[in-house]
Design a protein around this ligand. Structure first.
Ligand code: BGC
Length: 388
């Protein structure tokens, strides 16, 4: 009898799941049955997402819990490709902008879901001085350097290792960035670990080590729309940012160096406001770094977003001192993304936990220089819940 394609696919995916279970770091009996610890069922599968023009295969990992949350992450850019989150009626929807196929990411992606580095955000004039030497970086945003340059961490292939623990499933990504890459000094070993927990948190842990002093500032760049991706704009989302200060910018979106109170300005989100309420008063829309209220290095609440129709709430916790709020101003309807949905202006927002833009040239901003022998560590948590 000829095997039907459907059963072939099933057989293949079971084999892949079994392979993953056997190759994970925890003891084999726990890997084969995720229910073994008495915890809720979670799953982890791997597929090929596509091939780069040079022929390298790009893998995609699907993490799922029993609450209806699912995260898909690929090895190209350690990118979050989809994030399904339940609404107040328990209906899950993908709430991140992006593409259904790898080709979309290669053709047109303003950093959808990507891991951004070596330095997220802008470095003025694509240069900085360190220990008396001037370093020239790739200029990819007019005269400035943006999100790690022409081929930043969002455009490289990461090595992936799936991980299963009692209360989470995840993927550990690693990348070796050689000395001089995009102009940065030092060989940098960097890892990013995504974890989906049984209680609807997506946790991201970053670590890095260098052999020469180098600036480093890693972030996650998902565009969220809590209605569901491609379903209208985000102007009605209620946003709270736990920051009394922000860093004003010049015309090229480079911080002026000033640290300004948000009170009495349209940048004040210390209490919840619809994103669209005062956006007309902000030239170009929101694209600013907030100075989070916190003790240095503390993992604390940075922002909360609530979308009343779906009831979805997203909270962001981070150890980072800053949060870039970008209201999707440069989306212009020219990108057709997942499920054939078009992405016009403000169809998604980014909240990027990070150090302040242009820190290597701003001595009054917290330092972003990693020294040999030190370990860079940063954590961000996206926590989901609903309000009826
Ligand atoms: C920046 C924007 C930029 C966008 C896409 C955001 O992090 O703040 O200015 O246009 O990324 O590149």
């Amino acid at each position: 009898m000829v095997t039907k394609p459907h059963s072939l696919v099933c057989l293949l995916s079971s084999l892949i799941t079994l392979f993953l279970a056997l190759s994970c770091s925890s003891p084999p009996e726990e890997n084969l049955s995720l229910k073994s610890s008495g915890g809720p069922a979670m799953s982890l599968t791997k597929e090929i997402f596509g091939y780069l023009p040079e022929g390298q295969a790009i893998e995609i990992y699907t993490l799922a819990n029993s609450q209806g949350m699912k995260a898909k992450i690929m090895t190209y850019g350690a990118t979050l490709v989809a994030l399904e989150v339940p609404d107040k009626n328990g209906v899950s929807e993908d709430i991140t902008l992006g593409h259904d196929h790898l080709e979309g990411y290669l053709k047109a992606s303003p950093y959808f879901g990507a891991t951004v580095g070596r330095y997220a955000n802008r470095i003025a004039q694509a240069q900085f001085q360190l220990n008396g030497q001037t370093y020239h970086l790739a200029a990819n945003d007019g005269p400035n350097h943006l999100h790690g340059g022409l081929k930043g961490f969002d455009k490289v292939i990461w090595q992936a290792t799936p991980v299963k623990e009692k209360d989470w499933v995840g993927v550990h990504f690693s990348y070796f960035s050689p000395d001089g890459e995009e102009g940065y000094p030092g060989n940098l070993k960097v890892t990013v670990t995504y974890q989906l927990t049984s209680d609807n948190q997506l946790k991201i842990l970053y670590e890095a080590e260098t052999d020469k002093p180098t600036p480093i500032n890693l972030t996650h760049h998902s565009y969220f729309n809590l209605h569901g991706q491609g379903k209208g704009n985000i102007l009605d989302h209620l946003l709270m940012i736990n920051a009394d200060y922000f860093t004003p910018v010049d015309k090229q979106l480079i911080p002026t160096g000033e640290i300004k109170l948000v009170k009495g300005t349209p940048w004040d989100f210390t209490s919840p406001h619809p994103i669209g309420q005062r956006i007309q008063e902000v030239p170009g829309g929101y694209d600013h770094n907030y100075v989070l209220n916190k003790e240095e290095g503390e993992l604390s609440l940075a922002a909360r977003v609530f979308e009343p129709q779906s009831g979805r709430i997203m909270e962001i916790y981070t150890t980072e001192p800053g949060l870039q709020f970008y209201s999707g101003n440069f989306l212009d309807g020219s990108i057709t993304g997942k499920a054939g949905r078009v992405y016009p202006k403000h169809s998604g927002f980014c909240l990027e936990p990070q150090h302040f833009p242009n820190s290597p040239n701003q001595p009054n901003f917290p330092s972003t220089i990693l020294q040999p022998g030190e370990k860079y560590k940063s954590q961000t948590i996206f926590k989901f819940s609903v309000q009826k």
